[in-house]
Structure formats: C-alpha cells, structure tokens
Design a protein around this ligand. Structure first.
Ligand code: ADP
Ligand code: MG
Length: 406
C-alpha cells in the first residue's frame, strides 16, 4: 500500500523545472513569532525558505513574488500583522533588495509585466478575506502574476487556502519548493524506513488533536512516551485522580483504546511515574513532586518529575529513531520547564535520528540551545501532526508529479 508520505514525495520540485526568464510566485511561510515591539524572536522559517528563493535568483527567474500570511488578521488590514515588519530581516538574509507590495491588486500589472530580475513581497495575504475561503477570484488574481507556482509553505500545507491550494487550478506549472521536500524526506526517514527501535515522544496541550493520531502511529512505532497535559488524560484513564490538572474527559475512552491497542501491537507505553504539582500556575504558594497516583486535592500537574525524566531518558537512549511532539510541562515558566528541557537534552544526546514537530516543542528545543543537535526540526506544527495522522497534505495534492508516477 502506498503511504501518504510516498504519495507526497512523488511531486515535482523546483529542480525538475527551468525557471529562467519566468515569473515565479513562491508561497512561503513567513509566519514568524514576534515580541511586543515587533522584533522577530525566531527567524527559522524565513531562513528555511532561502534555498528556494536563492535558487530562483541564481537561475535567473525574471521576477520572484513571495506570498505569505502572518498572524491571524480577520480578513482585513491590521498594522500589527503587516509583513513590513519582516522585510528588513528578509533583505539582510537574502542580501538583496525586496520590493514591498502593499496593494497587490493595484500593482498587479507592474508585477505581471516585470522584465527585470526583481523580488517582490506581497502584503499579508490573509488581509484578503478570500484567502482562507479559498476564493477562486483571489486564486486567479494570484495566478495572473506568474508563470510558475512554487509551494514552499510547509507550515500551511495542511490548509486549503487560495494561495496554498486554490491557485494550483489556474497555473500550468506548479511544483514544491526545497523546504517542502526536505520536510517530507525527514518524516519519511523517521516513519517509512526507520532504524528501530522507534520512539514517539508526545506531550503538550492539544490533547484532542493529538490523541487520535496516536492510534494511527501505533502501527509504526515501538515505544510511546507520553508527558505534558496529554499524559494527564492517560493517568485519569488508569483511574488516578488528576484533580485540577488539565485533561480532557471526553478522551478518556480514546486513551484506554490507545493503551489496549498498544498492547496488541507490542508497543511499550511510558507514562509519568511522578509529577510536579502546584496549587496555582500564576501565583504558586506550594510546589511539590509527588508520585503520579498522589496529586493532592486542589493541585494540578504542570511538569514531569525527576523519576520520570530518568525513566523517559533511559527509554529514549535505547531508541534509534525518535519523533518528538509536545512539551512535557508548562515549559514557558522557568519553574515548570525542567522536565521539558531535560528531555530535550536526552534526545539531543542520543545517537539516533531525531525529529521535532510542533511549534512549542521547536521553541523549547531552541531555548535549550540544542537545536543543532537534532537531526531535523520541522517548521510545521499542525502540518506535521496531519502528516503523522497519515493524511496527504492539500499543499501537495495538486502539484505536478514526476513522470511515471501515479
Ligand atoms: P506543540 O506546539 O509543540 O505541538 P502544544 O501546542 O500541543 O505543543 O502544547 C504546548 C503547550 O502545552 C505549552 O503552552 C505548555 O505550556 C502546555 N502544557 C504542557 N504540559 C502542560 C500541563 N501539564 N498543564 C498545562 N499545560 C501544559
Ligand atoms: Mg502549540
């Protein structure tokens, strides 16, 4: 049976076509985190798009138009989410002038008839309310300014929006950028042809969206290591009273199913044996480490405890492929970050193929300074989850395919 990953790997990439003299539109993902002063706090996503942009520049594309979203504006202009905040960084990284197009509808002719080698960045495409609605009119307008469409926005490739999906209907040549290919190859290495044993480390707060994918992944992995708020639902399923901890009642049955299915598939499950608990997240008076069975009345679990760090680290150390998605606790708060950071260290120290998915998990890895010691850090949170769920991401479905495929 062909897997979703094999199907996605069959798309044509930029290196399969000739961009010389062509107008290229690249859908990038410049949705970078910024602080309250609009300073970019992590430019990984911009850097990740550089190989594709530079390739087009080096191969004499006649114009390159970059399209991205940024934040969550409500389909209209909002200064806070303007892409003008990132243009300086982009120019510095590219070492090339980039022309900012505030109003792409009115500047369409200028871009469409451009005959010099120029790089344009369109204003946040989500200021157009047709973007999220996958409006064919917007797709057509975008298509009218290019000869070639390149999708390199892995972080948004699970969305069916005008610039990630709809546009493909109106452009003759449409291919994947190098980041899209790198992401798929990285997950392929971890899931299709892994060196065993393979461990999935999950945590974080998006319990409902992650717990269902566990069932899918159980067929592929050897060990399932669960921490963070996600593990609270599992501990509740084992009959422990998690008190005020964050967990989801509606998913207790799913957690039980996962435990049963893991047994049937011979997958070992690791759950926290001790927890850091607090009486309050914001203003803690009392913070304790307790066995997982002993969460005190009125307390909530906010991190894995030291015995769990040891247990998880040993299981991680004996794995040859590790996929990590979801922090082990409220890592944003120094008091509750130890478990996550120690697990980041344990994975980084492994002589294994190590891959990180999830925005917060990637951020936690960055904070430990261990990013270089991971084999691959995905730029897509939601997209990597859907990929693990076995889905074919819409950002890949309508791209041209290599000859002989399908
Ligand atoms: P990712 O972005 O890597 O996919 P998630 O978004 O699922 O991860 O989860 C990250 C969030 O989970 C963080 O904000 C973290 O504070 C929170 N979290 C982790 N463990 C707990 C916990 N025990 N209780 C409450 N929140 C938690
Ligand atoms: Mg997150």
């Amino acid at each position: 049976m062909t897997s979703n990953i094999t199907t996605m790997m069959g798309v044509k990439s930029l290196k399969d076509i000739d961009v010389t003299g062509k107008r290229v539109l690249i859908r990038v993902d410049f949705n970078v985190p910024v602080d309250s002063h609009n300073n970019i706090s992590d430019d990984r996503r911009i850097r990740a798009a550089l190989p594709t942009i530079n390739y087009c520049i080096d191969h004499n594309a006649c114009s390159i138009t970059l399209v991205s979203h940024f934040g969550r504006p409500k389909g209209k202009y909002d200064e806070k989410y303007s892409l003008k905040h990132i243009i300086k960084r982009l120019e510095r990284l590219l070492q090339k002038r980039v022309e900012f197009i505030e109003d792409f509808v009115n500047s369409r002719d200028e871009i469409a008839t451009c005959s010099l080698e120029r790089v344009f960045l369109l204003e946040n495409i989500r200021f157009q309310d047709g973007e999220k609605q996958n409006d064919p009119e917007l797709s057509k307008r975008l298509a009218s300014i290019c000869d070639i469409y390149v999708n390199d926005a892995f972080g948004t490739s699970h969305r069916k929006h005008a610039s990630t999906y709809g546009i493909t209907e109106f452009v003759d040549t449409k291919v994947a950028g190098f980041l899209m290919i790198r992401e798929i190859e990285a997950f392929s290495k971890a899931l299709e042809d892994p060196v065993r044993p393979i461990a999935l480390v999950v945590g974080g707060a998006k319990i409902s969206s992650k717990i269902t994918l566990l069932k899918e992944v159980l067929r592929k992995i050897d060990k399932l290591i669960i921490g963070g708020a996600m593990s609270n639902t599992f501990l509740e399923a084992l009959g422990y009273d998690m008190q005020n901890s964050l967990y989801e009642k509606e998913y207790i049955k799913t957690a039980r199913d996962v435990i049963d299915q893991a047994k049937q598939n011979g997958v070992k499950i690791y759950l926290p044996v001790d927890l850091v608990i607090t009486d309050s997240i914001e203003t803690p008076v009392d913070i304790k480490v307790v066995p997982a069975q002993d969460v005190l009345e009125g307390f909530q679990a906010v991190d894995i405890g030291p015995a769990t760090v040891k247990l998880f680290s040993e299981a991680i150390g004996l794995s040859n492929t590790i996929i990590w998605n979801g922090p082990m606790g409220i890592y944003e708060m120094p008091r509750f970050s130890k478990g996550t950071f120690k697990i980041a260290n344990a994975i980084a120290d492994c002589y294994a193929y190590t891959i990180v998915g999830g925005g917060d998990t990637a951020d936690a890895v960055d904070k430990t300074g261990e990013a270089d010691n991971f084999s691959f850090i995905s730029t897509g949170g939601g997209a990597s989850l859907e990929l693990l769920e076995g889905k074919i991401l819409p950002g890949f479905t309508n791209l041209d395919r290599k000859e002989g495929d399908l």
